[in-house]
Design a binder for this molecule. Sequence first.
Ligand code: ARG
Length: 266
Amino acid sequence: MSRLLVCSPDHYQIAYEINPWMSVKRGADPTVARVQWTALVAMLEKNCGATLERIEPVAGLPDMVFTANAGVVAGRTVVLSQFRYKERRPEETQFERWFESRGYQVKRLPPGLYFEGAGDMLGTRDTWFGGYLQRSDIHAFRYVGEFLGREILPLELVDPRFYHLDTCFCPLSGGEVIWFPGAFDRYGQAAIMDRIPAAKRIAVSEEEAVRFACNAVCIGKHVVIPEGSPVTMGRLEQLGYAPHTVGLSEFIKSGGAAKCLTLALD
Ligand code: ARG
């Protein structure tokens, strides 16, 4: 079973610019955004068998739809995010309240450290990876690792277009990963290649990486991937996965897609 936290796009818009994808002059169409989001959640529930939990959207917090950035959840513990940009900081109390009211043990990092949750921390079966530099601080992972009792391998993100780890790296249920090597420095690339054997690495082209091919949601054998990445879909099929596509153009205008719109709760 897979439980995911989502937040409907009632107040979603491009209200500020905090990554290279966002332009206030090129707004998101609210009607199209709602249709796309509804299709995504329907696909997760009906085709992939996910259970969805919801948090109420809040006016003035347009990026709350990207629940991957709420924090990182392990069992009944959550390590809350501390956003780099002031525009997203008010989301912290919203997510904190949601977790507290549901009985989670809420852990906070020391003030002044940035950490953007599951957007920057992803695990395969035996290794956890933490993306840093663009949003999260490398030092945050020491605390997160202690809170959750996990070793986290830090990976430097060098391309501002791939500012969160989940925009360029996606672990799959069978131990494989989808990744865009160009988003990492040489050490990061070597660390990934050291931990994940070649047969389990799906390297995507830049062309598909900018269509958010790595921002996929994997639930068992199902992989929900943003449209426009046929080569990656073919590789997934060869590995025995069932890929499903969904159009998420209005969210890509904000620098997010399928994975960013969900937070794994178990
Ligand atoms: N506009 C949001 C931001 O820049 C998008 C967040 C996407 N989330 C993610 N997990 N990659 O913060």
